[in-house]
Design a protein around this ligand. Structure first.
Ligand code: ADP
Ligand code: MG
Length: 306
């Protein structure tokens, strides 16, 4: 669990973060979004004490971060950033093992953990282990950055635009991977992203910052259905808000037993896919198939807004 209570950060007389309060429950995935300069990175750095609070309280797993030595705190918190920050003259294996070795784990335990992380991040140890960062693609380097953040098995993961500089396909695949890792490990994750769709796809909850203040905190569906103000509405997509809301729902939750003609849509497809097919085929109903390709019923246009 991560709790921010009335958190403030100033540099001289310049206030960067003002009275910021929100709680990310244990095991939840919180996406942090907001315009450039709104204080997203500063918030993350406050949590792992790379910088000091001016006012307020931050608790991690129930403990006030000021009551722990910073090194001890950072062992409990994995941190991954856009620029990756891999050590260029260290092999991939040594990069991943940085924190476990700082913690003086036995070499056998370190090796075992590195193996696990290669498997978790779906990297091939045989071709990757002894390479140097510059010999890997950008996407692979980002994976190693995430692996290193996870190495000492921290309860909490802070990620600051970790997939920022990647092409859309690599981004999507790392996004899917991160969702899988979250499911598999149950870690509490705070992810800063400038990609609204990434926030909607990954976040159990979303925190929206503007000028160092929290403008809205809630589930993706809450925020899309009830944006707190015009800023949130525009920031989340303005005219396409309804489509984004539709994309959160799935065909399987709107099935009817009636028959329909044509090529079936998968039951686990987002509702936007059903709408898109209806528009393309000029029809108001589509057959639906289950994951085995068997008929599962149909979906009606009128149910998309129901
Ligand atoms: P974001 O990650 O949302 O883009 P940041 O948290 O990096 O925003 O920065 C928020 C604001 O704080 C920006 O206006 C930035 O210029 C300012 N800022 C960040 N670090 C410092 C610093 N060390 N001294 C003064 N101002 C800073
Ligand atoms: Mg930033």
């Amino acid at each position: 669990m991560i709790e921010l209570q009335h958190v403030g950060k100033s540099y001289g007389d310049k206030t960067i973060i003002a009275d910021l309060s929100f709680t990310v429950e244990r095991g939840a995935f919180c996406a942090v979004i907001g315009p450039s300069g709104s204080g997203k990175s500063t918030s993350l750095r406050l949590i792992n004490r790379l910088i000091d609070l001016t006012s307020g309280t931050i608790r991690v797993g129930g403990e006030d971060i000021m009551s722990l030595p910073p090194e001890q705190l950072r062992r409990r918190i994995g941190y991954a950033i856009q620029s990756v920050g891999l050590f260029p003259h260290w092999t991939i294996e040594d990069n991943i093992a940085t924190v476990p070795r700082l913690l003086k784990w036995s070499e056998a335990k370190v090796k075992q953990r590195v193996e696990e992380l290669f498997a978790l991040l779906q990297l091939d140890p045989a071709t990757t282990r002894l390479k140097y960062p510059h010999q890997l693609s950008g996407g692979q380097q980002q994976r190693i950055g995430v692996a290193r953040a996870l190495a000492a098995d921290p309860d909490i993961l802070l990620m600051d635009e970790p997939f920022g500089a990647l092409d859309p396909l690599t981004r999507q695949s790392l996004r899917t991977e991160l969702a899988r890792i979250h499911k598999a490990t149950g870690k509490t994750i705070l992810l800063v992203t400038h990609d609204i769709d990434e926030a909607l796809e990954l976040g159990d909850v979303i925190a929206i910052l503007r000028d160092g203040k929290l403008v809205q905190f809630g589930t993706p569906a809450d925020i899309l259905a009830k944006p707190a103000n015009d800023f949130v509405r525009d920031f989340m997509g303005g005219a396409s808000l309804g489509l984004k809301l539709l994309s959160l729902g799935h065909v399987r939750d709107h099935l009817r037993p009636d028959a329909a003609e044509g090529i079936a849509v998968p039951a686990d497809a987002p509702l936007t896919e059903a709408l898109s097919q209806m528009v393309l085929r000029r029809t108001d109903r589509l057959p639906v198939k289950d994951t085995n390709g068997k008929p599962a019923g149909s979906i009606f246009l009128s149910d998309l807004v129901g």
